[in-house]
Design a protein around this ligand. Structure first.
Ligand code: FAD
Length: 850
């Protein structure tokens, strides 16, 4: 046996056989050498046999639950041997299919182990094949680790040949292979325990999908131990025992079989690659970006080159390599839209960038989610677990990634893959007619949700783009919904419709012109007025709720500060960050955080901004870049410095806006923070809301420097004092300072002089202020003052103001009803998910409880 060919392919897996077929298609005389069965790992020991068995376990699960569908099948059982038989016949059929394709494609097939035997020569058991070009596609093999007792374990090849399903299965390694077997055997009733060294199983999957999946697996009685290192496997009482340690604590799990699934390694055994001038690096064949190795005329593709070790990637690379050989195209593989599928139950699939990756790359993204619980088709299938999540560029709307957990996720990913590959936008996806009822509608809905336009799920108020620096992203699409047939969402049912409480749309640049009291600016000016009224009413009613003990901890009253708050915050751009005192609900509302979520948080409810974890002590909304603060006066100033460091490090043009009261300016953290911001030139605007009675002490008695803005001189920092009772002045002057800082990344300081009309809260008897003092400032009430301006310029009249008052009154009533009707967090979860970002990763929990 000998022969001369244009192309000789070594290895008949999905990389090799596809390359051979494409080469033949392009007119190359082609040979392929395979030492085992045609189809490689994929067909014989990987993708196909596992999916055939998973199909059996899925059917078993469905049949067990079949009564609800009207299926009468008593005593449903599982015949492992029959499932194995079916698996083998599927494999055989496909192997035969590949052999037939090669034959029909005029590819000459050789059976045997190939070795590189000089330039252009491939030796197969002593026979020599000559190839102008050679493609190495020898794939990968199961990885082994030096684990005491490893010989007692089985690998992914062996588990496929088991004669019976193990009663107890321990899986070492929570990667795709390990988790697929875990899912399959858990569904068949095995007691499964997964031991994973990393903090998360399926490390490459977005955390929120993994959380949803882990929950499902746990419901089947399986256990997952993350951060757990296995130390040994031993025999004990006729079965096996796996010893491991989690965070220094020892543990052990008994098992009948132990699957060692710690990955795969490139396979080049017997190839004598290095002798032929092919460089290897930690076992993998090194290729350039055209898939050419270091030896002339030798190419490599698939698992053997490392990278993304998946069948479809191997095939894709096979085609690229062959087309490069043929000179038809200068193909450099592009992996940015390589889909990744996990055939667990529910299935998981993702393509493109995840939230975390986007963050790491410094890309501002918007997120849209759609739960299958709201998809008609999912309901008819009886498979409503999971959701679709899209990640899109915040500016252009281009789809960057999609992440799906749920029924047929591995099929659904195809549409998203096409979109990511071709740079389609969310709008292009939602403008495409999707058949109904189908699962792909869910992708369309997620795309709509990302734009705040979801139809079959509650939209979160459209908000600011989320971004890299946010440390988390906030979905603008609702996770909460009911099926198509009953589209009213619970949030709506709980409250009568009220006019939107969004902050007014801000002009792109703040200057004296846009603040003139003219008709052109009417909408904006009235919007600001309404916002101030809303905040005031909210605070008044929040105090009442506090007296009814619906709000725990502490509840501040900041009446009188509205112009300072609204003017200061509207001076910011969407991407700027707010760090403020822990108790500032008005600040949150001015930033556009949903008042319902703010009140619900004060009530400690599940629907709150921090899902009841923050209560009156910590309001946060990453999506709006509202970072709240923690429950110590002035404790958030150093946090703002940290945020500014992050912005500076990422070379972003965002400004950190740090708001605090006069009481905070006498503590060490204030001085350290200002100092550090100046020394390192960090983009912070320090914004002191000086209501003149910090901690109940008049400023002049608490501080030797009563003009607080002068304290900034100590740090050589530009600082100004503004009239915090005058809305337009606050907005204009704050905006000037913010824009300066955006430009040069130098910190600046603003002292906004205002007045708090009442004590800290209803429990503050407010004895430290004189009646005259109160009377004097009462006259300067910022809302009344602004109403005068609007009235005098003919932009509004008393009737209008009355209507606004009624409207916001109704809105706040509604907000309270919403908070009242909202569910409490599950007590067993209270110590989990204390950080808002974690909750954004748990939409399935929100969906259940909201
Ligand atoms: P392989 O498929 O490994 O093929 C290499 C071939 O080369 C083998 O047939 C081997 O016998 C032959 N060979 C090696 N050396 C020589 C030699 N010297 N001479 C002649 N022949 C040689 N991927 C997915 O995309 N989806 C999945 O669902 C999926 N599931 C998997 C499940 C399991 C349990 C496993 C183990 C893998 C799974 N994979 C999956 C991965 C997938 O199987 C591989 O990525 C894919 O098979 C790689 O293709 P390849 O052509 O590079 O190599």
């Amino acid at each position: 046996m000998a022969g001369s060919f244009d192309v000789v392919v070594i290895g008949g897996g999905p990389g090799g056989y596809v390359a051979a077929l494409r080469a033949a298609q392009l007119g190359a005389k082609t040979a392929i050498v395979e030492k085992d069965r045609m189809g490689g790992t994929c067909l014989v020991r990987g993708c196909i046999p596992t999916k055939a068995l998973l199909q059996s376990s899925e059917l078993y699960t469905m049949a067990k639950d079949g009564a609800a569908f009207g299926l009468v099948a008593d005593n449903v059982g599982f015949d492992w041997a029959a499932a194995q038989k079916r698996k083998s016949s599927v494999v055989d059929q496909l192997v035969k299919g590949v052999e037939g394709l090669l034959k029909a494609g005029s590819v000459t097939s050789y059976r045997g182990s190939a070795r590189l035997a000089g330039k252009g020569v491939v030796d197969v058991g002593g026979d020599q094949l000559h190839g102008k070009d050679i493609i190495i596609a020898t794939g990968s093999a199961v990885a082994r680790i030096p684990l005491p007792g490893a010989d007692l374990t089985i690998d992914s090849d062996q588990i496929l040949e088991l004669k019976e399903a193990p009663r107890r299965l321990a899986v070492i390694g929570g990667g795709v292979v390990g988790m697929e077997f875990a899912a399959m055997f858990a569904a068949l009733g095995s007691k499964v325990t997964v031991l994973e060294m990393l903090p998360q199983v399926l490390a490459m999957v977005d955390a929120d999908l993994v959380t949803a999946y882990s929950k499902h697996l746990a419901s089947l009685g399986a256990e997952i131990h993350t951060n757990s290192k296995v130390s040994e496997v031993v025999k004990q009482n006729g079965s096996l025992l796996v010893r491991f340690s989690t965070g220094g604590e020892g543990g052990a799990v008994g098992a009948d079989q132990v699957l060692l699934a710690v990955g795969r390694v490139p396979y080049t055994q017997g190839l004598e690659a290095e002798k032929a001038g092919v460089k290897l690096e930690r076992g993998r064949v090194v290729v350039d970006d055209h898939l050419h190795t270091t030896a002339d005329g030798v190419w490599a593709i698939g698992d053997v080159i490392g990278g993304i070790m998946l069948a479809h990637v191997a095939s894709y690379e096979g085609v690229c390599a062959v087309e490069n050989i043929a000179g038809h195209a200068n193909r450099v593989p592009d992996y940015h839209a390589a889909p990744n599928c996990v055939y667990t139950d529910p299935e998981i699939a993702h393509v493109g960038l995840g939230e975390k990756e986007a963050k790491e790359k410094g890309i501002a993204v918007k997120i849209g989610r759609f739960p299958f619980a709201a998809a008609g088709r999912a309901l008819t299938l009886g498979q409503t677990e999971g959701f679709v999540k899209v990640v899109a560029d915040a500016g252009s709307g281009q789809l960057l990634g999609a992440h799906i957990i749920g029924p047929r996720a591995t099929d659904l990913i195809a549409e998203a893959t096409l979109a990511v590959q071709n740079g389609l936008t969310l709008e292009q996806i939602d403008l495409t007619i999707h058949a109904h009822p189908t699962l792909p509608e869910s992708l369309m809905e997620a795309a709509l949700a990302a734009q705040g336009r979801a139809i079959h799920t509650a939209n979160r108020r459209s908000g600011l783009p989320t971004s890299a620096a946010s440390g988390g992203t906030s979905p603008q699409g609702g996770e909460v919904s009911t099926p198509t047939a009953n589209m009213q969402n619970r949030g709506e049912k709980m409250s009568a419709p009220v006019k939107s409480s969004s902050p007014p749309p801000t002009p792109s640049a703040i200057n004296p012109k846009v603040l003139e009291l003219t008709k052109n600016n009417r909408e904006f000016l009235l919007g600001m007025h309404r916002q101030m009224q809303l905040i005031r009413r909210f605070e008044e009613r929040a105090q009442e709720q506090y007296t009814k003990a619906k709000i725990g901890g502490y509840c501040h009253l900041n009446i009188g500060e509205e112009a300072t708050v609204v003017g200061g915050i509207l001076a910011l751009k969407a991407n700027d960050w707010i760090f403020t005192s822990y108790r500032e609900h008005g600040h949150a509302i001015a930033r556009g955080v949903d008042p319902k979520a703010v009140m619900a948080e004060l009530f400690g409810k599940e629907t709150g901004t921090s899902h009841g974890r923050g209560g009156s002590m910590h309001l946060v909304d990453y999506g709006r870049r509202f970072m709240g603060g923690y429950g110590i006066v002035g404790g958030h100033l150093p946090l703002a410095v940290g945020g500014a460091w992050a912005v500076k490090y990422r070379k972003q043009k965002d400004v950190i806006f740090c708001m605090f009261g006069d009481g905070a300016t006498n503590i060490g953290a204030f001085h350290e923070s200002l100092n550090m911001a100046k020394v390192f030139e960090l983009p912070v605007v320090w914004f002191c809301v000086n209501n003149r009675y910090g901690m109940g002490t008049p400023v002049e008695k608490a501080s030797a420097v009563a003009d607080i803005y002068k304290k900034a001189c100590a740090y050589d920092m530009e600082s100004i004092q503004i009239d915090g009772m005058n809305l337009r002045e606050v907005l204009l002057r704050t905006s000037e300072i913010v824009e300066k800082t955006r430009k040069d990344s130098v910190p600046r300081f603003i002292e906004s002089l205002c007045y708090r009309f009442r004590g800290h809260s209803v429990v503050d008897p407010d004895k430290y202020r004189s009646a005259e003092d109160k009377e004097k400032y009462r006259k300067a009430d910022p809302i009344v003052a602004f109403e005068h301006e609007l009235e005098e310029s003919g932009l509004a009249d008393e009737e209008y103001f009355k209507n606004v008052r009624q409207e916001v009154d109704a809105e706040v009533r509604d907000v309270i009803e919403f908070a009242d009707a909202s569910p409490d967090p599950n007590p067993s979860d209270l110590y989990k998910y204390t950080y808002a970002g974690q909750w954004d990763n748990r939409p399935e929990l929100r969906a259940e409880r909201v």
